[in-house]
Design a binder for this molecule. Structure first.
Ligand code: DON
Length: 308
């Protein structure tokens, strides 16, 4: 593929168009360790499937990827358990906040999708059942599938979240009561908090998610991470559910499958073309990166390059 778009120039254009009015949003402080991040950080990295790279700002600095990691735990659980997994978690948008409890009670402990907290916790329960050493094995999978050995958990972030994860405790206990959690709730939550604590740079994120842009194969390592059908399904769930109660807005404005995290990171995929990661820690009211959303909206508008 010969790329004719000068993404570098476009990043400069987009970021220079930010005004004072765009310096809004708040960093996530409900996990005390996340509250220490410099809110002014801004990184962008785009990798094409033929290994071209375009970077801007703090794209080589590690940050807490938080819920972005839920795509990788889903990928591993799908590899291990296959389609049976969908009996325990749905594929529908929730239209609610990522940590909402309300729907779960009505829907008898079956989370709407694997990206809201409840769904990601069920995926962790599946991994605890299926893996010998869940934390080590999950990390080994992420390192191997990305081809990046240095990826790691942040113990500080995981333990910081554990100390104040009251809502996640409520979710896991409610699901346990409905029979949709099979293991000890503390063991499941421990894996969930460590999953969310994974740190990566924007560049590493694009490499780790590139398999979703290229039919399930990581072009850097030439390894098949997952089948083309499952890569399609993961992208579909990202498009419908990757931004919680703002998923419609993201699809409407950006037109790419993506996933956000409260660390301010967003990954978006253009199947057959590229993966892109943006990091800006200040979040909008829905818990998604304010500038991250704006960068991606401007990118697909200026390049006329979305999946639609
Ligand atoms: O469970 C939590 O609250 C966090 N560890 C993850 C939240 C998150 O990133 C939601 N996404 N925007």
């Amino acid at each position: 593929m010969i790329n004719t778009i000068d993404y570098q120039k476009i990043f400069l254009e987009i970021t220079s168009e930010f005004t004072e009015a765009d310096d809004i949003g708040t960093i996530a402080t409900y996990i005390p360790e996340l509250g220490k991040v410099n809110p002014a950080k801004l990184g962008i990295h785009l990798s094409t499937i033929d290994n071209q790279h375009y970077a801007f700002g703090d794209s080589n600095e590690s940050f807490s990827i938080q819920s972005v990691a839920k795509v990788l735990s889903l990928t591993l659980a799908l590899k291990i358990m296959g389609g049976e997994l969908w009996k325990r978690v749905g594929v529908e948008p929730s239209g609610s906040a990522f940590n909402s409890l309300v729907q779960l009670e009505y829907e008898k402990g079956i989370p709407r999708n694997p990206f809201i907290n409840a769904g990601a916790i069920v995926i962790c329960d599946i991994l605890v059942t299926c893996l010998d050493n869940p934390k080590q094995d999950l990390l080994a999978f992420i390192r191997e599938s990305s081809g990046i050995d240095s990826i790691n958990y942040s113990t500080q972030v995981a333990e910081s979240e554990k100390k104040c994860g009251y809502r996640n405790s409520a979710l896991v206990n409610l699901m346990k009561d409905f029979g949709n959690i099979h293991n000890d709730v503390d063991v499941v939550l421990d894996l969930y908090f460590y999953l969310c604590s994974i740190e990566m740079t924007c560049k590493e994120l694009t490499q780790s998610f590139m398999f979703l842009a290229s039919g399930g194969v990581n072009p850097t390592t030439n390894q098949r991470v997952i089948s083309p059908t499952r890569a399609k399904r993961i992208n579909s769930v990202m498009l419908m559910c990757g931004f919680y109660d703002e998923a419609g807005d993201f699809a409407f404005k950006v037109g790419l499958p993506g996933k956000s995290g409260v660390g301010g990171g967003i990954v978006a995929i253009h199947p057959g073309k590229f993966s892109i990661a943006v990091w800006s820690p200040k979040l909008n009211a829905n818990g998604n990166s304010y500038k991250g959303m704006k960068v991606l909206e401007a990118l697909t508008s200026k390049t006329q390059c979305s999946i639609f």
